[in-house]
Design a protein around this ligand. Structure first.
Ligand SMILES: [Zn+2]
Length: 291
């Protein structure tokens, strides 16, 4: 009699689509979900390296239970009276499975991914994500997909800059440190390419904890490849568009939130006016009130 070794339960957002279980090692999956997905197709379809599970059209969240058995598990017939049951085989060379969904952009929500390798970034863009954080290693396809889908890119140069500067000191392992250095260098080139191509760029840092104090450095880093006006747009109008808050934030207009910074100097001439608040920041106005 086979014994249950491990069980994992997950709530999977599927909306009106479905999800796939596929080998965690991408190279074992010739066609990555949702490519080749049959909309409204069979409940269960096996592809090489992946299993597609399709919603009947009224599911929002699927209750997914994965079990590992040390022998032949009990057959599905023992599991009660389901409307639909199916069996399929999946060979997973890596021994780990990842769950992929396509529930992006429904119900007025959108999805953002944090990724820097084009393989993951491009796949996410094809699946309909609205925004990519990092994107340091982007390629031509990434640029094309960002433009085609009117998606957004949030380069986070300062995060890598900080890690490259202080990672070694903070005890980061040599291998991770070298990887960071590589990604760090690519980040600036990626921003330049995206900027030239006219991609929607948004200001952000993704800095954690105490490193947040370095967030204004992102302005200085971007100024190496972008004119100040474009960096300001990334932090205001384009950011508002990403958040679907156009006309409310990131603009000086009647009806918008009166959140303003008054600085001594012209950031269009020198972006550093924004990075040295102790020297240049004169007033902060929040919801119409001077603070
Ligand atoms: Zn991130």
């Amino acid at each position: 009699m086979a014994g249950l070794i491990r069980q994992q339960k997950l709530a999977v957002e599927v909306d009106f689509y479905g999800f796939a279980l596929q080998d965690l090692d991408d190279t074992q999956v010739p066609l990555e979900y949702p490519e080749g997905r049959e909309a409204g197709g069979a409940f269960l379809t096996a592809h090489e390296g992946r299993l597609d599970i399709e919603s009947a059209g009224h599911t929002h969240t699927a209750a997914m239970t994965a079990e590992v058995w040390d022998g032949e598990p009990p057959t599905a017939d023992d599991r009660g009276d389901w409307e639909e049951q199916a069996e399929a085989q999946l060979h997973s060379p890596s021994g780990e499975l990842a769950l992929w969904g396509v529930a992006a952009g429904n119900h007025n929500r959108y999805v953002t991914v944090h990724a820097y390798h084009p393989r993951g970034v491009n796949r996410a863009l094809r699946a309909g994500v609205r925004c990519v954080e990092h994107g340091n290693l982007l390629d031509d396809d990434t640029i094309r997909l960002l433009l085609e889908h009117d998606a957004y890119l949030v380069p986070t140069l300062v995060t890598y800059d900080q890690m490259a500067r202080f990672g070694k000191h903070a005890g980061m392992p040599e291998q991770s440190y070298r990887k960071i250095a590589e990604v760090h260098e690519a980040g600036l080139t990626a921003l330049e390419r995206a900027h030239r191509a006219g991609v929607n760029l948004v200001f952000g840092s993704d800095l954690l904890g105490p490193l947040q104090s370095a967030q204004l450095e992102e302005f200085t880093l971007r100024a190496q490849v972008q004119p100040p006006a474009d960096i300001l747009r990334a932090a205001t109008t384009t950011a508002a568009r990403l958040l679907r808050m156009e006309g409310e934030i990131g603009t000086l207009a009647v009806g918008a939130c009166a959140d303003l910074l008054v600085v001594d100097g012209n950031p269009l001439d020198d972006i550093r006016v924004l990075t040295r608040p102790e020297q240049h920041l004169r007033h902060v106005i929040k919801a119409g009130t001077v603070i």
